[in-house]
Structure formats: C-alpha cells, structure tokens
Design a protein around this ligand. Structure first.
Ligand code: SF4
Ligand code: MG
Length: 346
C-alpha cells in the first residue's frame, strides 16, 4: 500500500565507478494506490534519480524501499523480477524508449511474455494485445498493432509505451516527464489517460515534472525537490495555492500561467531546463552542483529570505497545517520545535 524510499543514493552519473555522487539525500516519500504524487523540480534537482532508484536502475546505498510495508531486498533474482513487475516506468522520450525496427505488436507481445500474460495460443494473445491498446485508448487495435514507432504520432508512441508498462499489470507507475516532449495540444490527453488508469487499476503513480502548474491539475499530492533534497510536500491544492517554501514560491512565480491546465510549462520543445528568474543572487541562478552542494539550506544562495543559520544548518521538515510540510527555517517557531527535534539534523 505504501511505498516510502529513505535516504541516500549513489548516482552512476557524474563520475567514474569510484566516484560516488550523492545525487539525492534524505529523500522520503510514500506513494499510495489510486493516487498521483507529483515530484516537481528543475532539471538537475534529482527527481529523475528518485524514479530510477525506485525502479532499481540505480542502487540505493543507504535506506530502504518498502512495497506493501515490506522491505524490498535490493538486488537480484526472483525478488527483483517480482519487484520490477510491480513497479513500471514510463520515460520522457517515447521515441527513444521504443525500438524503431520493431512494431507495436512486437513490443507489447514481448512485454506480455516477460510477465507471463501472453496466454496460451494466438487468440488469447490477440485478446491481451487488444485489451492493452484499449486501456490506452488506441482503438481499434488492428490499426496500431502492425505499425512501427515512426508511423505513430508522439502521443500515440507515448500511449504504446504506457501500454507496454501496463502489460506487467503493475501497482506502481513511475512516469518521468511523460508529456514534456509531446506537443502542447496533446499533453492533457495523455495526463487524463494516466489519471484514468490510476483510478481504474488502483495504481500508485509518481509523476515527475518540472511543471508545477501541471502538478496542480493532475496530482493529488505534490512534493518539491531542490538540489537533491525534498523541500516541501502536501496536497497539490495546498502546495500550489499556499506554497510554504521560498523555492516553491519561486517555481510558481516563474510558471508561465498557473491556471493553464495543458500540462505545459516549458515551450513546445519540451526541454526541462527553463531558466528561473534571478532573485537574491543573480550570479547564482543555476541549480547547485550535486557534487558539492551548498552547506546548510541548499537553497540559501538563491533565497531572498535567507538568514544567518541557513548558511550552515540544514533545515529539517517542519509540519504545517493539513499535512503540508516544509524544510525551511522560517517555520522553526516554538510550536514547531518538537518537529524539529524529532526530525533531527541531517
Ligand atoms: Fe530560505 Fe533559509 Fe528557508 Fe532555506 S531555510 S529556504 S535559505 S529561509
Ligand atoms: Mg530528468
């Protein structure tokens, strides 16, 4: 039911095998079935790393992953295969994730076979293929099954990639910027499809995006990441209407139009490296390097409200009303002192 990930990760990026980089740190999250959790942040914030950790594409070097309350033994063999079946991933670029020399039928048949769902005989297989394409609203199936990826639109390709993930009948779907490379006009359709699947199949969806406006529209819960740490969380309505963390406020103020629901945020080219406006320190508008992040609150070089302690002390999570929380010293009121104590310094 719950799916928390706790602290620590080593990324394979940014160094040779001996140079471990702590790409994300003290990350803790819980995915619920029948619910979409958005993980929002700039490019380089570590949000894709969180998805890859959950997909077991990167090793978790400290901490643990629980599935249905039971720890998942990282690693190998049958346990890993079972886990990977339950936790499927959809990537940003549907063209890169589908093999251009193979048809839709090939991709989906292979996935069904891997997960033992191809059935016995041709008829059962055809039924399973039609059902998968029906789930992603590509009907009639016959029109798509023998197509190659380049014969499909971007949106259709992403639907095929989603269908392939669904072939495993997963409980968790990790969707890393699933619409940011798609044409603006079709983004909403793909997000609505994911929402529909979440509801019908009781899926836990992790929706990774740089676009906080789409999180508000699409996600039940929203988590905000900055420089490898989670800085704010709560239900999407609260986080986007009453953002507590200065970084979340900055993200919202730089979102092109918060009332827009197309799931856009960037240009139609879908790059996820939109520049944020310079604020406190114009020389430091780039997200900090994860190899040597700033001490204390990692946001302090850009924070207009930074205080002395922010430069040296890492803020713990402070609980606010209604399940919202923020990792920011602004909320270190006498009331919040207990929360600070139990969270400890990290
Ligand atoms: Fe700004 Fe300090 Fe809060 Fe960090 S802890 S966001 S620097 S006020
Ligand atoms: Mg990414």
């Amino acid at each position: 039911k719950h799916f928390p990930l706790r602290r620590g990760a080593r990324s394979l990026l940014g160094g040779g095998p001996r140079r471990a980089v702590h790409a994300v740190d003290d990350v803790s999250l819980r995915l619920r079935r029948g619910s979409v959790t958005a993980l929002v942040g700039e490019s380089g914030s570590g949000k894709s790393t969180v998805a890859r950790l959950l997909a077991q594409l990167y090793p978790v070097t400290s901490g643990e992953i629980l599935l249905d309350g039971r720890p998942v033994r990282a690693g190998r063999g049958r346990a890993l295969r079972a886990y990977c079946r339950h936790v499927q991933m959809v990537f940003q670029d549907p063209f890169a994730s589908l093999n251009p020399v193979h048809t839709v039928r090939y991709h989906l048949t292979r996935a069904l076979r891997i997960h033992g769902r191809a059935g016995d005989g041709r008829q059962e297989l055809e039924r399973a293929l039609a059902e998968l394409l029906g789930q992603v609203q590509l009907t009639p199936a016959g029109r798509y099954l023998d197509s190659f990826p380049h014969e499909l639109s971007g949106g259709q390709r992403q639907r095929v990639a989603i269908a392939r993930a669904m072939a495993a009948s997963p409980r968790v779907l990790l969707a890393d910027e699933p619409v940011s490379m798609l044409d603006v006009s079709i983004r909403l359709g793909v997000l609505n499809l994911l929402r529909d699947l979440k509801e019908r199949l009781d899926l836990a969806v992790l929706y990774i995006t740089h676009d906080i406006a789409s999180a508000r529209y699409f996600a039940d819960e929203t988590l905000v990441m900055y420089a490898g740490r989670m800085v704010e969380g709560g239900d999407s309505e609260t986080v986007t209407q009453r953002p507590a963390h200065p970084y979340t406020r900055l993200l919202l103020s730089s979102a092109p139009d918060p009332d827009r629901v197309e799931g856009t945020g960037g240009g139609a080219d879908g790059r996820d490296d939109e520049a944020l406006p310079a604020d406190a320190d114009p020389s430091s508008v780039e997200p900090p390097s994860l190899i040597s992040p700033p001490p204390g609150c990692r946001f302090h070089p850009r924070c207009p409200l930074a205080m002395e302690r922010c430069r040296t002390q890492t803020p713990p999570r402070f609980d606010l009303d209604g399940g919202q929380w923020a990792a920011c010293w602004l909320y270190d009121t006498p009331d919040a002192a207990d929360a600070a104590d139990t969270a400890g310094t990290v």
